[in-house]
Design a protein around this ligand. Structure first.
Ligand code: BGC
Length: 253
């Protein structure tokens, strides 16, 4: 018998990515499909792309989908880097309908929570004790909080107010690009941000994720914070993997 499989779709501000996932190893099976996020990124337009991706793989089982938003019982309650009309949308029902699935076969969760689920399970299985927080540095800053390996969903630590600013507008990876900051300049901002966070929740471990974790050697050593900070192991595909895990858990497969 082959490995247990699932399917995950990761919706981001610039791309929507999906793939079959090997749930035993926590890796993608074959190549993922990536389609640019439609502009405007309305629920209907995004649902079309999600359906196109799932259909390309001819996947018939449960599907996990991430959104860069607070998601409670399938309903989006915020929309920081996607179209505002997501707020109040029952995303799980919308995707299930578009995919022709019964309710409950599509599970929707916050993107950073999904990345954290994957990272904790496959990347750091021996590092789960206590309070662990994964931060994803990308267009915005996402967060996933765990206590002894159990997720506390929908933390929005990227929006902590630091020095009078929404933190992600100062310390996201996109800000480094836009303002052409050196690693040193950006690391100072990230230090300020993590210091603010650690004074509030006193984590035992911070895991730094998002695309910029690929270059962890350039900036992790520059951070000056109390907590141990390590680079995520799973990198870009963590959202897809975590979404597939969540779908499997919720549908009881
Ligand atoms: C959103 C979060 C999301 C993060 C990363 C933030 O702006 O508020 O929900 O997890 O970006 O995409």
């Amino acid at each position: 018998m082959g490995a247990a499989r699932g399917f995950g779709v990761d919706i981001g501000g610039s791309g929507i990515k999906g793939c079959v996932v090997d749930l035993d190893a926590g890796v993608l099976v074959g190549d993922r499909v990536r389609i640019p996020t439609p502009v405007p990124s309305t629920p209907e337009a995004v649902a079309e792309v999600v359906a196109e991706i799932v259909e390309r793989f001819e996947w018939a089982g449960p599907v996990g989908v991430t959104l860069p938003a607070v998601v409670k019982r399938g309903v989006a309650h915020s929309a920081a880097n996607i179209h505002k009309s997501w707020i109040g949308t029952d995303a799980a029902a919308l995707f299930a309908k578009r995919l022709g699935r019964p309710d409950g076969e599509v599970v929707v969760l916050n993107d950073a929570d999904a990345a954290g689920i994957a990272e904790i399970r496959y990347g750091r299985p021996d590092d789960q004790e206590g309070v662990v927080v994964l931060l994803t540095f990308g267009t915005g800053i996402g967060s996933a909080l765990f206590l002894d390996g159990r997720l506390v969903p929908n933390t929005e630590f990227g929006h902590l107010e630091i020095d009078g600013h929404d933190a992600e507008t100062r310390a996201a990876a996109s800000v480094k690009e836009e303002k052409d900051l050196s690693w040193d300049e950006w690391a100072r901002r990230v230090t300020r941000y993590i210091s603010g966070l650690e004074n509030l929740i006193w984590p035992d471990l911070v895991i730094a994720g998002g695309g910029v974790s690929k270059k962890a050697d350039k900036w992790l050593p520059l951070l000056d914070v109390r907590t141990r900070v390590v680079a995520a192991q799973l990198r870009n595909d963590a959202g897809i993997v975590g979404a597939a895990v969540a779908a499997r858990q919720v549908t009881g497969g």
